[in-house]
Design a protein around this ligand. Structure first.
Ligand code: SAH
Length: 218
């Protein structure tokens, strides 16, 4: 299951082609998708689906994001090698692996203890070494701020101000914001202390929990 053979590589090339057809143009992002072995994140029962452009369950009621979504968010983030990137919602670690392939220094935070433990133990065995954190990422990681880029991989009810506060002066935040079922992808660009907002299509993420996310009373 864990080996990367010609068949897996072939399926990955097909996936890259599909993402191009769907409008992804950033060559660095496409190369990263072509490189990270997505099948290693799948349980045996779902292995045949690893290179479909779909989200899949990874346990704990959570999902590995759809490749198109990962590519879309990564492209909008405009990652340059050496930049400090914060990811909220480590999940399987797939998105973190893509960011590492783009040359970022990755800080990733997960609110589900079991997923945090599992991914922290698993991801480095493939040579992917982000800094792992456990906790409520809707508050960012104040001790490690500022970040050049912040990517939120769960759906938020609002833009948590802690996150825009923790961006560098020219930083970018990419975050899906909306209701529990469907969210609009937003790109927030900091410039000279001002926040510029760009809006994109609708996506469907699992809910962002915690202080800046959905609480049990919502
Ligand atoms: N980026 C992941 C997909 C994550 S799914 C991947 O590539 O596989 C969303 C994740 O966000 C879930 O694992 C969920 O537990 C986590 N999450 C939800 N609210 C959070 C919060 N406030 N802080 C950190 N992680 C959170």
């Amino acid at each position: 299951m864990l080996e990367d053979n010609y068949k897996q590589r072939g399926l990955r090339n097909k996936l890259v082609k599909k993402l191009r057809q769907k409008g992804i143009t950033d060559e660095a992002v496409l190369a990263a998708i072509g490189k990270v072995p997505r099948h290693v994140f799948f349980d045996d029962a779902l292995l045949a689906h690893a290179y479909e452009d779909k989200a899949f369950p990874i346990g704990e009621g959570q999902t590995i994001s759809q490749p198109y979504t990962v590519a879309f968010q990564s492209e909008k983030l405009e990652v340059k090698p050496g930049q400090k990137v914060l990811e909220i919602g480590t999940g399987s670690g797939y998105q973190a692996a893509i960011l590492l392939e783009l040359g970022a220094k990755v800080y990733t935070i997960e609110f589900n203890r079991k997923l945090y433990e599992k991914t922290k133990a698993f991801l480095p065995s493939f040579g992917y070494n982000p800094y792992f954190f456990y906790g409520d990422g809707s508050k960012g990681i104040p001790a490690k701020a500022p970040f050049d880029k912040i990517i939120v991989t769960a759906g938020a009810p609002v833009i948590p101000s802690a996150l825009t506060d923790q961006l560098t002066e020219k930083g970018i935040l990419i975050i899906p914001v909306g209701d529990r079922e469907s969210q609009k992808m937003l790109k927030i660009h900091k410039n000279a202390g001002k926040l510029l907002k760009e809006e994109f299509n609708q996506f469907a993420f699992v809910p962002l929990l915690g202080e800046g996310g959905w609480t049990s009373k919502d």
